[in-house]
Structures are given as C-alpha cells and as structure tokens.
Design a protein around this ligand. Structure first.
Ligand code: NDP
Length: 285
C-alpha cells in the first residue's frame, strides 16, 4: 500500500484521510489549523511536518490560494500534487505552472460527491493533467472514488466539475422556487415530491422529455427545431411563471434571469426555434 499525505482537513479532506487509512494506506495529514489532525492521528495517521512532507500530496482546501499559502516556498522536486479543491479552470492552469516551477507535477481534480459519498459506490472524480502520472497513482486514488480522466489540460477537470455543479445548483434552486410557490397555496413539499422526482428522471431518459440528450444532439447539429413547442411560447410561459412567483410574494431573481434570457433569444428572431436555441444566446453574451 502506498504513502499519501492529505493536505487540508475540512469535511472533505478529513473523510479522504479516513477512507485512505481504512483502505490500508500509510497516511500523513496536514492542516493549517493543526488541531484538526488529532482525530486522524488517533486512527493511525502520521502528523506531517509540513504541507510538502510526502511524495504524493492529496490536497483538499477551500481554493488554490490555500495551496499556495500552505506550500509556501517549499521545493516539490519529483512530488505529485493531486488537488481536489475548487477554483477556476484558469487558476488550475496557473497552479500547474507554479507546481512545475518548483519541480513537481500537478494533477487537478473535481470530486463529485459530498463527504459521506467518498469511497462509496457511484462516487467519481474528474481528473486532468499528465495521464502517465495519474496512472501511477490511480490505484491509491481509487480508494476515494472512481478515477475519471478527462484530458491533459489541467483546467479541464474543473470545467467538468463546474458543468455538473451548474446543473446541480440551478435545477435544485428552481426546485426550491417550485416548493416555495406550492407552499403558498398550502401544498406540502412531500406532496409535490413524486412529481419533481418524475421530472428529474424523465429529463435524463430516452423518452420524449429526455432533454439532456435532445439538447446535446441539437447543440452538436447546430439546429434547434421548434416543432410543437417554440421558444416564443416558452418565453411567454416563463413570464407567467415569474408573475406567479411575484403574486405569491416570493423572490424571482433566478426565474427572472431565465425569462430575460429566453426573451433575448426571442427578440433576436429565433422564437420559432426550440428551447435549445437559447444556447446560441449563451454563447454570445
Ligand atoms: P472548505 O472548502 O471549507 O475548506 C476547508 C479547508 O481549507 C480547511 O482545511 C481549511 O483550513 C483550509 N483552508 C482555507 N483557507 C486556507 C488557507 N488560506 N491556507 C491553508 N488552508 C486553508 O471545506 P470542504 O472540506 O467542504 O471542501 C474542500 C474542497 O472540496 C472545496 O474546494 C470544496 O469546494 C470541495 N468540495 C466540497 C464538497 C462538500 O460537499 N463539502 C463536495 C465536493 C467538493 P483550516 O482548517 O485551517 O481553516
């Protein structure tokens, strides 16, 4: 079993260290606030002397600035830094150069599960950077989740991660608007739950409501046939939904932004096309 140093012991890093320990690895731990290492040391981890103490550094912190702050001016000759923290793709590319200037190699990552999902079936992490380096450590990283390699560009893992989170945050915020609106009419969230679940499932299906695939195919083809549900009809419809939220005394920032986007695509003369034509407005802000 290999040796690994976990840098950053927030909810994610702590669970990562615990999972690596449980799968038999020799784990060292380091955190800015050193006291957070104690429960892991009690489980058999070694207290690292510095954030750069180890050959394989698995980093999980609030941002990449935290990695700079933690590693400081340490040399990283021959070391592999696997960073699973959030930041922008550009920040990750800059970090790859920073690590390289110090003699090390950066593998970037976006982990797609919350702490309880780490090490559980169905967990996966997007990785990018030099594949041969990732391959050398994939056996260790598989203790955390499935290893999903997306390409050599170190910014790419974060783009995949953020692509997933855009869907996650926006769809769940709309779900919260939906529950709040129904609540004003006395409908409980649990009464609505079966219908929400059905929609989430259908959007990912192969059926007539399978819009995840339909929009991907339309985007690839560059054609957005309106058929029997034009964007114009939907721009009017979302106007009604935003007015319904306002009438119910609720806030409307996000649905209002969708309305504005749909109306712009309509005003640009593409109202006869389908919902997918909104992609063209997104691509030309
Ligand atoms: P946080 O994002 O709150 O990060 C906490 C860690 O960052 C702590 O170890 C903290 O140290 C450290 N830190 C913050 N600033 C600095 C600094 N300037 N120098 C050194 N260390 C610093 O906790 P999470 O564990 O929740 O998340 C870690 C990463 O994982 C984030 O990038 C997050 O976006 C991502 N993520 C989180 C998920 C989740 O469900 N929680 C799911 C998927 C990804 P200290 O203890 O000293 O404050």
């Amino acid at each position: 079993m290999s040796q690994v140093t976990v840098v950053g012991l927030g909810p994610m890093g702590s669970k990562m260290a615990e999972t690596l320990l449980a799968s038999g690895h020799q784990v060292a731990v380091w955190n800015r606030t050193a006291s957070k290492a104690a429960p892991l040391v009690a489980k058999g981890a070694r207290q690292a002397e510095s954030a750069a103490d180890g050959e394989l550094l698995v980093v999980s912190q609030i941002s990449y600035q935290a990695m700079y702050d933690s590693l400081g001016d340490a040399r990283l000759d021959g070391k592999v830094v696997v960073n699973l923290s959030s930041d922008t793709p550009e920040a990750l590319r800059g970090a790859a150069r920073w690590v390289q200037e110090r003699g090390g190699t950066l593998i970037t990552a976006g982990i797609m599960v919350p702490p309880p999902g780490i090490g559980q079936p169905g967990a996966y992490t997007f990785y990018s950077g030099p594949k041969e380096v990732l391959d050398r450590h994939a056996g260790t990283l598989e203790a955390l989740s499935e290893v999903t390699y997306v390409g050599p560009d170190q910014g790419l893992a974060m783009m995949y991660y953020q692509a997933q989170l855009l869907i996650f945050w926006s769809s769940l915020t709309s779900y919260m608007h939906a529950m709040a609106m129904l609540r004003t009419a006395g409908t409980s969230p649990m009464e609505f739950l079966p219908f929400a679940r059905d929609l989430f499932t259908q959007l990912g299906s192969e059926g007539p409501m399978g819009y995840a695939k339909i929009l991907a195919q339309e985007f690839e083809a560059g054609e957005y046939p309106g058929g029997e549900n034009s964007l114009h009809m939907q721009a009017v419809g979302i106007g009604h939904a935003v007015a319904a939220l306002a009438d119910a005394g609720l806030e409307t920032t996000m649905p209002g932004a969708l309305k504005a986007l749909f109306e712009r695509a309509d005003a640009e003369g593409r109202g006869h096309e389908g919902l997918g034509t909104v992609i063209e407005s997104i691509r030309k802000p």
